[in-house]
Design a protein around this ligand. Structure first.
Ligand SMILES: [Zn+2]
Length: 249
């Protein structure tokens, strides 16, 4: 499903899989994240070139997770931009990492990188961390639209992975909450306003309290902010990831 959020910004997704964002400007089109699937990425490219009649001149990967960068294969003739850490993490994917993933031998790596942030007249990109050490956000400056990558999940339980930093994740979202965005485009789920950042802060803070023993599972299960999110298996998986990191310390 393709949603037009503003004159310049389209979002493909909302079904729980990773969202792909299309930004059009006077130079052409930018694609933020490329999905897990080559076929889906190809259809998105056809839409941009065939329907929007725009030339894609830049692709951005918000982080290294396969559902955000494996569609890069369809854009191997376009400049692909990510943080240098994202590129490094993608380049380290070996046969063992790739064995359960669909038909990808090696991901197409970004061709240009930045260290901490990247800016032009339209976009501001910042590597912030939190969800993964390389998680970046993209801000469409004049439209005040935040492409949050997996720092925000809307309507779905977030993927809390073994390299997530819960403390840092909450701080990043609290900082973003002090700004104003007309749209917050999550990594997964429907686009929403600032409330989706509030809900994520509340979610992650409660997980932190669960680990500290100051809130119970029963209280969490009765909270709408948990019970209404889809993919409940991600909730227990996330807690297990956090506990295994805690045990390893
Ligand atoms: Zn992710």
């Amino acid at each position: 499903m393709i949603q037009k959020l503003s004159n310049k910004v389209y979002m493909v997704g909302g079904d729980g899989s990773a969202n792909v964002v299309i930004i059009v400007d006077s130079k052409g089109a930018i694609v933020v994240d490329t999905s897990l699937f080559e076929e889906k990425a190809r259809k998105i490219r056809e839409f941009i070139e065939g329907v929007l009649k725009k030339r894609i001149y830049l692709v951005i990967n918000t982080h290294y997770h396969p559902d955000h960068c494996f569609g890069n294969i369809v854009f191997d003739d376009v400049q692909i931009l990510s943080s240098s850490l994202t590129k490094k993490k993608m380049s380290l994917m070996d046969a063992d990492y790739l064995k359960d993933l669909p038909m990808i031998k090696k991901p197409v790596l970004p061709s240009i990188t930045f260290e901490e942030d990247w800016c032009d007249e339209y976009l501001q990109i910042a590597k912030l961390g939190g969800h993964t050490p390389d998680s970046s956000v993209v801000i469409v400056r004049d439209e005040k639209i935040l492409v949050a990558g997996d720092l925000v999940f809307n309507g779905f339980h977030p993927e809390i992975v073994s390299d997530s930093n819960l403390e840092q994740w909450i701080t990043i979202l609290e900082d973003l909450r002090r700004r104003h965005f007309n749209w917050v485009i999550p990594g997964h789920g429907e686009p929403m306003g600032m409330v989706s950042i509030d809900l994520m802060v509340r979610y992650l803070s409660k997980i932190k309290r669960l680990l500290a023993g100051t809130v119970t599972y029963a209280e969490i299960l009765s909270d709408d902010n948990f019970s209404r999110r889809e993919f409940p298996e991600l909730f227990s998986w996330g807690i297990e990831n956090l506990l295994s990191v805690q045990r390893a310390r």
